[in-house]
Design a protein around this ligand. Structure first.
Ligand code: AHR
Length: 497
């Protein structure tokens, strides 16, 4: 098959905000306990942080991590999670039906984030709590000193404020599964009041209002419009959440899910802009796609989990090769919307639907680790408006879909052009050409490929390198004409300098 990528260095989509390569740590399953923190483990440091996990998180180059939930946040009493560990209460945690010991909390997460080099995206509880608690938490985190909550932080050993800049106003408040879930109007009001208080205290913060918990929610559309109608002036971002799965084992249809994601993003942009127009608004509401991934492998086994355990194996999807391809396509989709998607969080980071898995004896990279790492390490610069002329196929769920997903990013500073591409064709390679005469003097630096004959191949602790990237020599640049081959079912990163 043959395809063409068309770019022009003057036709730009927008700068990449590195925060679109963010991730998520929730108090859920073994994400915290046994994932990033495990006191007494041979791989842990003196604070109990797993060093092997830390190394892999650093490799992923994660710029921002959302915390502490998720559904968990809607029952979270942040005061339980700070201060001397022996005085912290164990609590019943209703979202995931477990016991939360609070042995790891807000300040430990701030320490851990410092070590990984990532910022914190903090969520406040707007399910079972409200504006005053959110304001108190912000005062604890960001206020210099001389007040009750800022002095409490100091008394807990944290003299300097954590200075957290991005704040989520609750989580998935449209979902019946959420503690304290609300109608759009109820939520919009409380989000508006909470953000007002918080910004009065610290005008430097940004706030994220909850959009729908998925595009298929019955209230999708209405929810976004009504919520923003209430809190437009007080918020900076609207959130999107979406997970996909290959439940009917139809790989072509599964790989078409990125088209669903693209439609979702375009729809939410239209809704934000509709409210802007109605309000004669000056500012633009941008998007925070703060939960996205594949999630379905663990659904059945999770039904067997008995309630009121501590840190059970929960949501531990073992990702296969085809999942990595879809994750690659989802990253391309986020990048293609770089003008409006400013934050995105792969959900999640460790053990729970995650690129990194741990056991008591080690940590390893799941298949989805690689496209995520490539995007966050190489996806720097300005996204070029990338036109694709490629063969298409008919998918069961998403209609006509291109076999080729691709985006080009130009880093003018380092004079690097990066092409990310997924060939979704399960049978045939695709020969691709691109006119690069505007990029005089550039040469092909490398071409990384992730592929495997078995779409269901996985990485395990015993065989951690079953699916891993290799180098290709298929890319050429001669007299400004770029040509390459993207092998059947493959993720590709071509870098030119
Ligand atoms: O990421 C797992 C869960 O998915 C989160 O807690 C929730 O926000 C979503 O439904």
């Amino acid at each position: 098959k043959k395809a063409k990528i068309i770019i022009d260095k003057y036709f730009l989509t927008g700068g990449v905000d590195q925060r679109i390569f963010g991730s998520f740590i929730e108090h859920l399953g073994r994400a915290v306990y046994g994932g990033i923190y495990q006191e007494g483990n041979v791989n842990s440091d003196e604070q109990g942080f797993r060093k092997d996990t830390l190394e892999l998180v650093k490799e992923l180059n994660v710029p921002i991590v959302r915390y502490p939930g998720g559904n968990f946040v809607s029952g979270f009493c942040w005061e339980d999670s700070v201060g001397p560990k022996e005085q912290r209460p164990a609590r019943t945690e209703l979202a995931w039906q477990v016991i939360e010991t609070n042995q790891f909390g807000l300040n430990e997460f701030a320490d851990w984030s410092r070590l990984t080099g990532s910022d914190i995206m903090m969520a406040v509880n707007l399910g079972t709590r409200g504006p005053a608690d959110a304001k108190n938490l912000l005062e604890y985190c960001n206020f210099e000193g001389g007040t009750y909550y800022s002095d409490l932080r100091k008394a807990h050993g944290y003299v300097k404020p954590h200075d957290i800049k991005v704040w989520c106003l609750g989580n998935e408040m449209d979902g019946k599964w959420q503690m304290g879930h609300k109608t759009a109007e109820e939520y919009g009001r409380i989000a508006s009041e909470t953000a007002r208080l918080m910004k009065w205290l610290d005008p430097s913060i940004e706030t994220v209002a909850c959009g729908s918990s998925g595009m298929m929610m019955p209230t999708f559309g209405e929810w976004e419009y009504q919520v923003l109608n209430e809190c437009y002036d007080e918020v900076d971002y609207l959130s999107l959440h979406q997970y996909y799965g290959n439940r009917s084992n139809d790989t072509s249809d599964f790989l078409a899910c990125s088209k669903g994601m693209d439609d979702f993003i375009s729809g939410v942009i239209s809704l934000c802009d509709a409210v802007k127009a109605k309000k004669h608004g000056k500012k633009e509401i941008n998007l925070s796609f703060d939960e996205w991934n594949v999630w379905y492998h663990s659904n059945e086994q999770d039904k067997q989990i008995k309630p009121w355990n501590k840190a059970p194996h929960q949501l531990e999807d073992v990702y296969n090769f085809e999942d990595a391809l879809l994750v690659g396509s989802m990253l391309i989709t986020l990048l293609r919307h770089a003008d409006r998607v400013k934050i995105a969080c792969m959900a999640q980071l460790v053990n729970v639907i995650a690129p990194i898995m741990t056991s008591d004896t080690g940590a390893w990279r799941q298949t989805i680790f690689y496209p995520y790492m490539h995007a966050s390490v190489y996806g720097k610069g300005t996204v070029l408006l990338t036109q694709i002329k490629a063969p298409v196929y008919e998918s069961r769920t998403y209609g006509t879909v291109s076999i080729l997903d691709s985006v080009c990013i130009w880093d003018q500073e380092s004079e690097t052009l990066t092409i990310f591409a997924v060939n979704k064709d399960l049978e045939e390679d695709v020969e691709v050409v691109c006119d690069l005469r505007q990029f005089e003097g550039y040469q092909v630096k490398d071409h990384l490929v992730l592929t495997h004959d078995d779409m269901k191949a996985v990485n395990t602790e015993a065989a951690p390198d079953t699916v891993k990237p290799t180098s290709s020599r298929a890319s050429r640049l001669e007299n400004g004409n770029f040509s390459t081959v993207f092998g059947r079912h493959s993720w590709n990163v071509v870098r030119l300098e």
